[in-house]
Structure formats: C-alpha cells, structure tokens
Design a protein around this ligand. Structure first.
Ligand SMILES: [Zn+2]
Length: 322
C-alpha cells in the first residue's frame, strides 16, 4: 500500500479546493477549480469529477491505489445517504445525490460531510486540536459555525444538525435579530456581522465619544477588524464593544464546555485573526460562566490550519471510515 493516496475536496461557493494526500495528511498535490453554480448547480459535481480525472492522469497515479474520496460541502448533509440539500450559495436548493455520482464515476468509497464539520475535523486532527479526542471548533466569520469532535468522531445528532453553535440563544432580550428569524443568537452578536450590530447599538448609549464612535455615527462602513484593532490600541468605545462581544462569546463557549467537556476549543474564521487579544479576552469571559468543576480542564486556542483545514478534514473522513 505504499502508493496509497486519498482525494480530498473542500467545496465552496466560488471555488473548490482539491488535494491528493497521503493518508498521513501530507499533501502530494493541491489545486482549485471555479465553482459553476449556473443551471441549479448541475455542473458542479461533473466538473469536480473531470478535475480529479485530469489531475490523477497528469500525476500518473493509479486509481486502484486510491483509498477513497472525502468531501466537505455547504448545506445540510445526510452523512449516510451522502446527499446534501439547501446549499443556497451553490444553487443547490433540491437534494443532490453526490455519493451516487462519485461512486458511479470512480467506484471508490466516498464520504461527505458539512464544510464546518470537516474543517473542525481537520483542526482536531492536524491543527490546533493536536489530535485530542474531544475538540470543538467555533468558526467566527460572517456568521458563526461550528463542529464537534467527541471521542474522536464528528457528532451529527439525530437529524445531522449537531454543532449549530451559531444559533444558541445567548441574549433572549436582545433587540438584534438573527438571519434564522430568532433574536439574540450567538451568530447575531458574536460574528463579524455581530460585532457591527453591537457597535451600532452601543452608539445609542455610550459615554465614550471616540474616533471610532464618531466614524460609525457618520455612517462610515467600518469592519470587525477596525473595531478589534482600535480596541487593542486603546479606543474606549471599541473596548466596550469588544468586551460585550467576548462576554457573549464566552457565555456561548461556557455552554459548550459545560455540555461536552472538550479539552480543546479552537477559535477559527476571519474574526479569529484578531489573535491573542481576542483569545485571552474570550477565555477570561468563559470562566465567569463555567461550572467550577470544569475550570482548568480545557484550553481555548486559535486555529492553525487556515484554508487547509477543509481538505485535511476531508482526508481524515476517509481515514476514520477505513
Ligand atoms: Zn439564529
């Protein structure tokens, strides 16, 4: 089996990242293809299959040495059936039978999971999770996503929706509405969008007139990064906003720890670029809400794999199933 390899796919709305890896996670070849979402996304899977065929031929690999194909996709995945539905950024409103298409093309084992879960698995395996058996990843981007690895396996729950950390209700009295229709979801308060929601709300009652509050009041389009950078540099208004952000995120993470007792919580996504300043603040707020018996049982760390988390996690999907 010395030539054994795994094919990994991380499908996104604008492009798909693909890789051929050794089972150890060492990347042999990595490339990407644009995602063509026209015609209800009907070209996506045929394009991926063609891209893999081409690359395998170019590298003179033998498909008989391939242990399987793993893939992460947006949308609601049925892991057993290897189907996905509701991936609206791919124009996949209807159920897509992805497993059947790949098996018909290659005759190889094929494994599918949600992209947030797959990224969590990648970080747990070879990233900040350091191979620990119980790891939760919280992805702070435009929204808040997550994935839970418990006893070495991804949790899916009864209907595949385990790990929807972004829609934990963190403040039932909040006036901030989430895209899901509820108010006070973690995603509406502690994402890149959430911090701007908090900042605008804060403008109405803050005691601090600072450069950032004035720019915001003047209607300037600031970003989450602007708020974090200003807070770290001492802008009092931004510091209040970041404190509230970290308070909400710490409350959400405390629920995760109380419930699942992970040894590592990985913070990923664009907002985690705020780095140690964010991590240390969130860790402090988390402790306030924690069941005391769980203090000092976990670490909150920053993700380390960046954009490679998805393909490494997709590779590990194949390893775990072997
Ligand atoms: Zn929500």
């Amino acid at each position: 089996m010395e030539n054994a390899f795994i094919i990994a796919i991380d499908l996104g709305g604008t492009s798909a990242k693909l890789a051929i890896l050794q089972p150890s996670g060492d990347i042999v070849s990595q490339w990407s293809v644009p995602t063509d979402i026209s015609d209800e996304g009907s070209h996506i899977v045929p394009n991926l299959i063609a891209a893999i065929r081409q690359q395998v031929a170019d590298l003179h690999l033998n498909m008989a040495d391939c242990l399987g194909i793993g893939m992460g996709t947006p949308g609601t995945v049925n892991v057993q059936d290897r189907t996905v539905i509701g991936a609206y950024n791919l124009n996949w409103a209807k159920r897509q039978n992805i497993g059947e298409a790949f098996e018909a093309a290659f005759g190889l084992p094929f494994y599918l999971d949600n992209d947030a879960n797959v990224a969590a698995l990648g970080e747990q395996w070879l990233g900040a999770g350091d191979g620990a058996s119980d790891v939760v990843m919280v992805t702070l981007g435009t929204g808040v996503g997550g994935g839970i690895v418990s006893a070495g396996e991804l949790l899916h729950g009864g209907s595949g929706a385990a790990g929807e950390i972004g829609h934990l209700t963190i403040d039932p009295h909040s006036s901030i509405q989430c895209t899901c229709g509820k108010v006070g979801c973690l995603e509406a308060l502690a994402s890149a969008t959430g911090i701007m929601n908090l900042a605008r709300l804060h403008l109405t009652h803050t005691q601090h007139q600072t450069e950032v509050s004035q720019r915001l009041a003047a209607g300037e389009a600031l970003t989450a990064k602007d708020i974090f950078t200003a807070a770290e540099a001492g802008d009092a208004f931004s510091q209040e906003v970041v404190k509230q952000f970290c308070n909400y995120l710490g409350l959400g993470i405390s629920h995760i720890i109380n419930m699942l007792n992970p040894s590592i919580i990985v913070l990923g996504g664009g907002v985690s670029q705020a780095g140690e300043f964010l991590r240390a603040n969130v860790a402090k707020q988390t402790e306030k809400y924690l069941f005391p018996a769980l203090l000092n049982t976990y670490e909150i760390v920053l993700a380390t794999l960046g954009n490679d988390a998805g393909i490494l996690g997709a590779c590990q999907l194949v390893n775990l199933a072997r």
